[in-house]
Design a protein around this ligand. Structure first.
Ligand SMILES: [Fe+2]
Length: 340
């Protein structure tokens, strides 16, 4: 039997400019259009535009608190998993800012601050496994999909092949596999509402096949449970779990065609999926599948509580026996993450 521990964070939304609003494209008029066309029926047009305005980039104080939390909780055998949206856009300047905050060396006296006094996570590729989210794939300031800068800038941390990348950890004769899969939009093909392209993902058949193939390959190399890493939590439209999500999330943040993914997860005997995207933590059970989503530790949005997580997965005879999670939340009074 072996107990694997790792830290799970998501949706850092780092940007060249902290506290930036991401949506530059006349949100109020577009939102009014949607409401007028009855595509959306929010309580008021203002409720929805407030949601749009909340999509900020990172806060420096939360980033520093998160850097300290990571420093304190990073034991030698704990990997850090990041389930996407490292940057607030896929533009080179934002991804490079994210890369700098994630990888800069810490100073000798204060390891979570760089020589210049900026917060840094000081990650090395062997200690951190990460993947892109929809924001990392934005190819312009209006959230158009299909950006590819992420692949070049983060190639040392995540080398996606057909949208899939794997990492394995071995301990006391057991192995735990992670397979990350990128279902960010490649184009506007599946978009049915104005502005929907900002927040949705969609299953692409070739990427799903690559995910299933990689899962089989991992298990054939070393028996052990496979954890899927998906930026977009599946399950928003399933009977068991849809009440956990708002109408906004189900329309504008969904994984389109999620049922196909859930069926594949069942066939591949996946029992746990880690996700992010909605900036608050979730725990869902869909059939036998656990969907475990991380909140965002660093986003500046005042309506989002900063969250970070310590996960434990117990493995015996090549199977996951139990899992548990400790949640940490940002306490503005202490400027620290404290256990919930
Ligand atoms: Fe996202």
């Amino acid at each position: 039997m072996a107990v694997f521990e790792f830290l799970h964070i998501s949706d850092l939304h780092f940007a060249q400019e902290p506290g930036r609003i991401n949506l530059f494209a006349q949100p109020r008029s577009a939102v009014k259009q949607l409401v007028a066309s009855r595509t959306l029926r929010p309580k008021s047009a203002d409720t929805l535009s407030v949601r749009f305005r909340d999509m900020d980039s990172h806060s420096i104080s939360r980033t520093e608190a998160c850097a300290r939390w990571l420093h304190r909780n990073r034991a030698a055998d704990r990997l850090v998993i990041i389930t996407g949206d490292l940057a607030t856009s896929g533009l080179r300047e934002d991804l490079e800012a994210a890369y700098r905050i994630l990888t800069q060396s810490g100073s000798v006296s204060v390891p979570y601050l760089s020589q210049r006094g900026e917060p840094t996570f000081a990650f090395r590729p062997d200690k951190c496994f990460l993947m892109p989210g929809n924001h990392d794939r934005f190819s312009d300031r209006h959230g158009a999909p299909g950006g590819t800068n992420f692949d070049k800038i983060f190639s040392g941390f995540c080398n996606l092949q057909n949208g899939v990348c794997a990492a394995s950890v071995a301990k006391q004769g057991e192995t735990l596999h992670f397979v990350a899969v990128d279902f960010s939009l490649r184009n506007f093909e599946k978009i049915t509402y104005e502005l929907q392209h900002y927040g949705v993902g969609a299953i692409a058949g070739d990427t799903l096949r690559a995910l299933v193939d990689q899962t089989e390959k991992c298990v054939s190399e070393a028996a052990g449970p496979v954890v899927w890493l998906l930026h977009f939590p599946p399950g928003m439209h399933q009977e068991d779990s849809q009440s956990e999500f708002s109408i906004f999330e189900r329309e504008f943040m969904q994984l389109i065609d999620e049922r196909v993914l859930l069926d594949s997860a069942e066939r591949s005997r996946i029992s746990i999926v880690l996700s992010g995207h909605i900036h608050r933590s979730i725990r869902l059970k869909i059939g036998e599948l656990n969907v475990v989503g991380a909140g965002s530790p660093t986003i500046a949005d005042p309506y989002t509580q900063g969250e970070a997580h310590l996960m434990r997965i117990e493995v015996a005879k090549g199977k996951m026996t139990t899992w548990s999670r400790l949640d940490f939340v940002h306490s503005p009074d202490d400027a620290e993450f404290v256990q919930r």
